[in-house]
Design a protein around this ligand. Structure first.
Ligand code: ATP
Length: 236
């Protein structure tokens, strides 16, 4: 479980997130929706202790990200929007390196290779991988230490339709025993994989609840319309 308690984040003078409070439950897939710049990545990074709230606090399985960032990094796997790798490593070398870093053995390397269908690319240099395989590798490294919390920043961005389908299948297969928080711009994706939604508008939380309830709350019949209703600007 992840708890955000009145979280605000300011970069110099830019207020990216304002007083967000919510709970992300275990065994469910929670999507963060929001327009460009709404604060999605800022929240995901804060959950993984990549940075800290300016105000408020975040607890991951009861542990404060600010007080115990190392423990948070053990419990979370993060797939960034723009994964960074050492391009000269092969896929196998990189996963071996990541496993050793976390004190995991060869069984865990084989497990993530299989899970993320990386068998055919093991000896390829990362710099030569296609976008889809880079994304799978990013997933594999996020899962190598079997984290109980998985945080995914636009996990299907830039993938082709078949890769999107496979990535969603992979995410759904992990739902049962993990807390999964993912950001997306795609309503179809939210509909296909998420059970719960957080909607951000200009850094503020304007909806927190189930995918089912969002339609009745907004008196709409599609997620697209619900999102527009929640984030429309009222003109004076
Ligand atoms: P997108 O959908 O475009 O990825 P987002 O919802 O993930 O956007 P964030 O990346 O969290 O939004 O950005 C929220 C706000 O904070 C934006 O105004 C952005 O310019 C600003 N911001 C993000 N990171 C930094 C940073 N390192 N320094 C300064 N401002 C930042």
């Amino acid at each position: 479980m992840i708890q955000l308690n009145s979280v605000s984040k300011t970069y110099n003078k830019i207020k990216a997130v304002t007083a967000v409070s919510c709970t992300v439950k275990k065994g469910r897939i929670t999507g963060i929706l929001g327009a460009n710049g709404a604060g999605k990545t800022t929240i995901l990074k804060a959950v993984c202790a990549v940075h800290y709230p300016t105000e408020g606090s975040i607890l991951v399985e009861g542990i404060s990200t600010k007080d115990n960032p190392l423990e948070i990094k053990k419990r979370t796997g993060y797939v960034s929007e723009t994964p960074q790798f050492y391009p000269q490593f092969t896929v196998k070398e990189f996963l071996t390196f990541a496993a050793q870093y976390h004190g995991e053995d060869v069984r865990q390397i084989d497990y993530v290779i299989d899970l993320c269908s990386l068998q055919d690319e093991l000896n390829k240099k990362i710099g030569k991988l296609s976008k889809g395989y880079r994304q799978r590798l990013s997933f594999a490294q996020a899962l190598i230490h079997n984290p109980s919390v998985l945080v995914l920043d636009e996990p299907t961005s830039g993938l082709d339709p078949i890769q999107i389908h496979e990535m969603r299948k992979l995410i759904l297969s992990l739902e049962k025993d993990k807390t999964i928080l993912l950001s997306t711009h795609l309503m179809q994706e939210a509909d296909a994989v998420c059970t719960d939604l957080l909607v951000l508008h200009r850094g503020m939380l304007v909806y927190s609840g189930t995918v089912k309830n969002i339609l009745s709350c907004t008196h709409t019949s599609t997620l697209d319309d619900a999102f527009i209703a929640l984030t429309k600007e009222t003109s004076i």
